[in-house]
Design a binder for this molecule. Structure first.
Ligand SMILES: [Zn+2]
Length: 474
């Protein structure tokens, strides 16, 4: 079913025939939700021309040629961002991922590691921006740098500070949005990577390497960190001892399974030595450093075995080969000892408690999932809504959860035309909802319409996209 989606939708998205061209879209009588302060602004009209919002107010003048949508009783929010995904792990993954994002109101994603060459990623991004392909806005941050042999295929590999510096030069040259550090880098190489990134004015995001203390990463100027586990670890009085054990083993050339065993044994140590006072100090430092955390808490569902059944729409929308691959035993689960599995529940509970503390301490959060065909049971689009539900379950308000997906991401990515507000000059990435999302996020599951770079996708079209995805999965 290669390019089924792009072919089907791409056709309808080619430049409109002369004479049929709409001169824009006017949403009238809508209630705008200000995610930043939680206020509602009723009876607004929003004029969209091209890819941008051009006017907002109670009375907006518009040419008669503008398409009008009566949005009385509806609520308008900025489009959602998933700040940690992998959409280029197979040749055709975007064909499924893009419509899955849009039907869930996700109009922006940050890719954090890919198999596609950067030029091909950029070419697809350019086609989206040109209106030739309907998809979310892309931030390409997948320049992941790891020690040899590399945790995943296609990574940049650095074992020395010199190699780290030359990789950063190449990453800057190729036009990536950031440098992504990965788990197995040693400390001198990591520090050189951080320094070179700063000199190149590229954000350093990614994993805190397993041999590096979280405080060292803060001091090195790390801008964003992926996943949450290193925070509870740094709240442990044993963080340094755990790092030393691993460094000693790696310096002695321990085989990888022994190294992974040491990393897996950390869960119990953290549970026994997590210290609230130490944690508060650390979280205050993270907040002061504005180190943005992409927690990907939804990943825990995978380790807990909370997998959707085969007859759910999200499973049925997957290409058959992906469903099959997800059914295979996963090396990450196979590698889990019984002891680790038994500890998983407690560790996840501690992660969630620490997450709430981090949020309350002002640590900036970017809603994120690790969604990818390469990551079983992490779904493009759907998992982002699961992640937001999880934040609310843990103790954030719906507004605070939405902030992590609408306001925080575009600001962190320094996007000139997007900041989580609905105002003139902003990119028209929007979601129209049937009820007030500040009173509950369930309404996000079925948007009334999604607007992606000015393209208005109404409920009927969203339904058609769902039907196409379900047909693809059959
Ligand atoms: Zn990832």
């Amino acid at each position: 079913m290669k390019n089924l989606w792009l072919a089907a939708i791409g056709l309808s998205l080619t430049a409109p025939v002369a004479g049929q061209e709409q001169e824009g879209l006017l949403l009238s009588d809508v209630t705008i939700v200000n995610i930043e302060d939680g206020t509602l602004i009723a009876n607004q009209s929003v004029l969209i021309e091209g890819t941008q919002i051009t006017a907002v107010g109670p009375n907006v003048a518009a040419s008669p040629k503008v398409e009008r949508v009566d949005a009385e009783g509806r609520f308008l929010i900025p489009g959602l961002w998933d700040s940690h995904v992998h959409i280029f792990s197979s040749a055709t993954e975007p064909d499924t991922a893009f419509p899955q994002y849009l039907i869930n109101g996700v109009t922006g994603v940050r890719d954090m590691g890919a198999l596609w060459p950067i030029a091909e990623q950029q070419a697809l991004k350019a086609r989206i921006e040109a209106g030739e392909v309907l998809g979310p806005r892309l931030v390409l941050s997948g320049a992941w740098v790891d020690a040899r042999p590399g945790s995943w295929p296609g990574m940049f590999l650095a074992d020395t500070p010199e190699e780290a510096r030359s990789i950063v030069a190449r990453v800057a040259d190729e036009g990536w949005a950031a440098v992504k550090s990965y788990s197995m880098l040693d400390e001198p190489t990591y520090l050189a990577l951080a320094e070179a990134s700063e000199e190149a004015v590229l954000p350093l995001v990614g994993h805190i390497p397993e041999q590096v203390a979280l405080r060292t990463a803060i001091e090195a100027g790390q801008n964003g960190m992926e996943h949450f586990g290193r925070i509870p670890m740094a709240c442990s009085t044993e963080e340094q001892a755990m790092l030393d054990t691993l460094r000693t083993a790696m310096a002695a050339g321990a085989p990888l399974d022994q190294v992974f065993g040491i990393m897996a044994s950390r869960n119990r140590i953290i549970l026994e030595s997590w210290d609230e006072e130490r944690c508060r100090r650390l979280l205050a430092e993270l907040a002061a450093a504005k180190l943005h955390v992409s927690p990907t808490l939804v990943v825990a569902n995978f380790y807990l075995g909370n997998w959707p059944s085969a007859d759910t729409p999200r499973m049925r929308m997957l290409p058959g080969d992906v469903r099959e691959a997800w059914g295979e035993p996963d090396f990450r689960l196979v590698a889990m000892t019984d002891e680790v599995r038994a500890l998983a529940q407690d560790s996840i509970a501690l992660d969630r408690r620490t997450f709430l503390m981090a949020h309350r301490a002002g640590v900036p959060i970017l809603a994120s999932t690790d969604a990818s065909f390469a990551n079983p049971y992490l779904f493009h689009g759907f998992s982002l809504l699961d992640e937001l539900d999880l934040y609310v379950e843990i103790g954030l308000t719906p507004r605070e959860a939405l902030f992590t997906a609408t306001v925080a991401p575009p600001r962190f990515f320094s996007l000139a035309d997007q900041d989580g507000s609905i105002a003139p000059g902003r990119r028209a990435d929007l979601v129209l909802l049937d009820s007030n999302p500040l009173e509950g996020l369930a309404v996000l599951r079925r948007p009334r319409a999604v607007i992606a770079a000015g393209d208005y996708i109404d409920r009927a079209e969203l339904d058609a996209m769902e039907a196409l995805l379900l047909a693809q999965g059959e």
